[in-house]
Ligand binder design. Structure first.
Ligand SMILES: [Zn+2]
Length: 310
């Protein structure tokens, strides 16, 4: 993979969340020539079935099915996703590295604390990533000099200064590719997932990624019962998305029975299909994935608005 820059980055708490909530959309975008990526905040070490290593291999297999260009997992503890300064910095570093135009986050309410915390953590990391004076690498390496820069950036925010530097971001696009960022990108062809840990950079805190703020943040709402603001038609991607979920064999196969995986598979398929049909029906298509955006929609031509009223 020549570079790690993406059009769309989906951020989620656990490996297999993206496959369940917005995998069809990622595949659809990839089929349209967009570069997509997935950032899993945790590595799944708390799962009752399978090790973190098993889940890494499964995540790589799922990513391949969804045709994503980039996938990594952070080292945030599974079951303990917290919206801390350090975690925001880790996610902000990935946003600067991958420079997505669109970020997909989980919806901000839910049953699992990791899910709704990931939403707020992701949003605040997107904000931080755009702060021109924030040196994320230095802050993560806990060097004393980092604190003055962070304090300076925060002080600027309080003062209401515009922190996003478009020219700096463009310069960063040209300058920073894999190998210069200090953050190793996943090479799916090698089948290995690498996490990002503070201080892992071989180039140290001196290497500074240019600020970047995503243009758009949308929220995948499938885990929560709320009316979406729009639905992506995944009719043509549904089967592949289901296969990407089935790639998590340690999670979804009926191991205890020791027979075949079909009972579990059939049950999961019924659930996944009914949800996709439900949201598809809302939009007049067969299968859909639901999203919410905080902003209003903007229309140029009212005769071209999709989804029939009557
Ligand atoms: Zn999850």
């Amino acid at each position: 993979m020549a570079n790690s820059e993406l059009d769309i980055l989906a951020i989620a708490a656990h490996r297999d969340d993206v496959e369940q909530t917005c995998g069809g959309t990622l595949l659809k975008m990839a089929e349209q020539g967009k570069r997509t990526g997935i950032l899993d905040l945790t590595r799944g070490e708390m799962g009752t079935r399978g090790s973190a290593e098993d889940r890494a291999a499964e995540a790589a297999a799922a990513a391949k099915i969804l045709q994503v260009s980039w996938r990594e997992a952070l080292d945030i503890p599974d079951g303990r996703v917290e919206n801390t300064w350090a975690n925001r910095l880790k996610v902000a570093r990935v946003i600067r590295q991958t420079r997505p135009r669109v970020v997909i986050l989980p919806y901000w309410k839910g049953r699992h604390p990791d899910h709704y915390t990931a939403s707020k953590l992701g949003y605040e990391a997107c904000f931080l990533a755009g702060l021109a004076k924030l040196n994320v690498e230095a802050a993560l390496s806990h060097q004393p000099s980092a604190f003055s820069q962070v304090a300076s950036a925060v002080a600027s925010v309080v003062a209401g200064e515009d922190q996003t530097s478009t020219s700096a971001a463009k310069a960063g696009r040209r300058k920073h590719g894999v190998g210069t960022t200090g953050v190793p990108a996943l090479s799916l062809s090698k089948g290995a997932l690498r996490g990002i840990t503070p201080g892992e950079s071989s180039e140290g805190a001196g290497e500074k990624l240019a600020p970047h703020r995503p243009f758009k943040i949308i929220y995948a709402t499938l885990y929560y019962d709320i009316r979406p603001t729009f639905v992506v038609d995944i009719t043509d991607q549904f089967e592949a998305r289901f296969e990407s979920l089935m790639a998590y064999k340690t999670q979804f196969s009926d191991q205890e029975a020791g027979k075949d995986i079909f009972p579990a598979r059939d049950e999961i398929r019924a659930r996944v299909e009914s949800m996709a049909r439900f949201y598809g029906m809302m939009a007049g298509v067969t299968y859909g994935e639901p999203f919410l955006q905080k902003e209003v929609g903007l229309v140029e031509d009212v005769t071209a608005i999709p989804v029939k009223s009557i």
